[in-house]
Design a protein around this ligand. Structure first.
Ligand code: DGI
Ligand code: FE
Ligand code: FE
Ligand code: FE
Length: 190
């Protein structure tokens, strides 16, 4: 697809080579999950290639750009500006990469914390970010990869559980949305 090709070239200019490799991994993994679950493949690839497009912006600049673009910054994001690459990435997808489809921007917005009641596309990007071939040293990764193509909601919940456990062992501040998302899918499952 011509448009995805152009986006890829531009995104590459703004990411280091590891992050760009990760981006391609997410793009193709998202395409595979779209094939598996009947999502639009082009949408999944577009969201995948753009999901970390704001990752290379320094944290202090992230805050400034959010003010400039009137993006709401929560208390948790002030403490942990890294999280803002999701909201800023969604903004840039629309305003810099001219992605007209709001559901793509939404999938970029929720790719780091998740969101209660995610759409299929949001789940695909959230999961692809976690399981793409370049990811290593994640507990139960092989099992989660297999599960992702068999039971998407079970995979989603397992990833939420796994991520929360990781953040807790590292003593990271848990974003309220990460917590809410986990509890939402826990209720749905257990
Ligand atoms: O951008 P990526 O590295 O591909 O992955 P990501 O966008 O899922 O997450 C980036 C980082 O954000 C990762 O180290 C996990 C972390 N993260 C996710 N949820 C939370 C969080 N960090 C904190 N402090 N709190 C959260 O709730
Ligand atoms: Fe990310
Ligand atoms: Fe993630
Ligand atoms: Fe990512």
């Amino acid at each position: 697809n011509a448009n995805i090709h152009a986006i890829k070239k531009e995104v590459k200019l703004h990411l280091d080579s590891d992050r760009y490799e990760h981006t391609l991994g997410v793009m193709y993994t998202a395409a595979s999950l779209a094939m598996c679950y009947g999502e639009d493949i082009e949408k999944a690839m577009t969201a995948g290639v753009l999901h970390d497009c704001a990752k290379g912006i320094p944290n202090s600049k992230k805050i400034k750009l959010c003010e400039k673009y009137q993006i709401e910054v929560t208390e948790s994001e002030k403490k942990n500006p890294e999280l803002l690459h999701a909201k800023l990435g969604a903004y840039m997808a629309v305003h810099k990469y001219h992605v007209g489809d709001e559901t793509i921007a939404q999938a970029i917005t929720s790719h780091t914390t998740g969101r209660p009641g995610m759409t299929l596309l949001e789940k695909i990007i959230y999961i692809a970010d976690f399981i793409e071939p370049g990811r290593k040293e994640i507990p139960k990764l092989d099992e989660i990869r297999r599960m992702s193509f068999q039971n998407i909601d079970q995979a989603l919940f397992t990833i939420l559980e796994n991520s929360l456990a990781y953040l807790r062992t590292r003593d990271k501040v848990i974003d309220p949305i990460t917590e809410k998302t986990y509890l939402y899918y826990k209720d749905l499952f257990e």
